[in-house]
Design a protein around this ligand. Structure first.
Ligand code: HEC
Length: 230
């Protein structure tokens, strides 16, 4: 009897203990859930907020975006025309902060890890005589136009396999356009490609309508002439 009781007691104590444990675990779960909820809310809040942050908040570290997925990015021509040219040059100067550890851009500037880039737009690949380029770059044989610069800055090693430029690339077309425009403004002056927005569908239909109306007018005139002749 005594023994049974004592074993009951032990069980009760154990049960009591596990209830207490369950309650505690419940609170921990609840707290974790609350934390998660709050962090989701915070995420939403800060995302919403970051949309209003300046386009170029200082020294953001660029992550190269994966190809495919997400909305198609604009063309280089569109990106070059998205804002006033002088604004784009100013934006490009900021982007160039990422290049400055290796490049100068002023006339007669020193070569560093990378060549001086004064007047590079419109020049042949690897044309700076004082710089020891990789044979990959000089062997690629091309000229730095807008599209070449876009492809190069998006993924240097992807564009010229074996280049010695150790730079991951600029993920955003806006940044590539801006820094290309900045390079162009420093000793080059290539013409900026025009960007013509696609014509909205409604406008085309309007023109057809006008043609139809003009034809109708001619028919009416012809009928009138016939009527007069009779
Ligand atoms: C870590 C150093 C480094 C950084 C950062 C870097 N570059 Fe370079 N860059 C190089 C090197 C080295 C070369 C020469 C590549 C070769 O010979 O293959 C080069 C070559 C180039 C060339 C070709 C020059 C020519 O005369 O043909 C251009 C254009 C260029 N870089 C632009 C940029 C721009 C714009 C940035 C910033 C967005 C940048 N680079 C960032 C090291 C760098």
């Amino acid at each position: 009897m005594t023994q049974e009781n004592s074993s009951d007691m032990t069980q009760e104590t154990e049960n009591g203990g596990s209830d207490l444990f369950n309650t505690a675990a419940g609170w921990v779960l609840f707290a974790a859930g609350l934390g998660l909820g709050l962090s989701i809310l915070a995420d939403k809040y800060f995302h919403g907020y970051s949309a209003e942050m300046p386009e170029n908040p200082g020294y953001a570290i660029e992550v190269v975006e994966e190809d495919g997925g997400g909305p198609a990015e604009m063309t280089m021509a569109e990106a070059l025309n998205m804002m006033d040219q002088s604004e784009l040059v100013a934006k490009g100067e900021k982007v160039f902060a990422k290049c400055q550890s290796c490049h100068t851009v002023d006339a007669g500037g020193a070569n560093g890890v990378g060549p001086n880039l004064h007047g590079v737009m419109g020049k042949a690949f690897g044309a700076n005589a004082g710089f020891n380029y990789s044979s990959a770059l000089t062997g690629a044989g091309g000229t730095w136009g807008w599209d070449e610069m876009n492809d190069w800055l998006k993924n240097p090693k992807g564009y010229i396999n074996g280049t010695s430029m150790s730079f991951a690339g600029l993920g955003k077309i806006e940044d590539r356009a801006a820094v290309s425009m900045y390079l162009n403004a420093n000793g080059s002056g290539l013409a900026v490609p025009e960007f013509v927005a696609a014509v909205a569908e409604g406008e085309g239909e309007g023109e057809e309508g006008e043609v139809a109306e003009a034809e109708a007018d001619q028919n009416a005139a012809a009928e009138t002439e016939e009527a007069v002749a009779e």
